[in-house]
Design a protein around this ligand. Structure first.
Ligand code: SF4
Length: 84
């Protein structure tokens, strides 16, 4: 068993543990901007039409909660989160 929640070291250990991959189904996006408000480091919106732009396909662990919430609130269900 490896410890959970204790380590504060960053750097070499990153990339191990839980990784998250984010996928957006761009054609489904209705440009509501919810995801951008919740996780602006991960999602952006196209300036012209407001359609989602994925900034970070593999967000850092501290962003995972926000990304999950974005996926839940997205009115178009256009955000898919894969965790392993
Ligand atoms: S929350 Fe969903 S519909 Fe709204 S901009 Fe983001 S991906 Fe598009």
């Amino acid at each position: 068993m490896s410890g959970e929640g204790g380590g504060s070291r960053k750097g070499e250990g990153e990339g191990k543990g839980v990784t998250m991959r984010v996928e957006v189904d761009v054609p489904k996006c209705v440009a509501s901007g919810q995801c951008v408000m919740i996780a602006p480091d991960v999602f952006d919106q196209n300036e012209e039409d407001g359609i989602v732009v994925l900034l970070d396909e593999q967000p850092a662990p501290e962003l995972h909660a926000d990304v999950r919430e974005s996926a839940v609130v997205c009115p178009a269900a256009a955000i898919r989160v894969v965790e392993k």
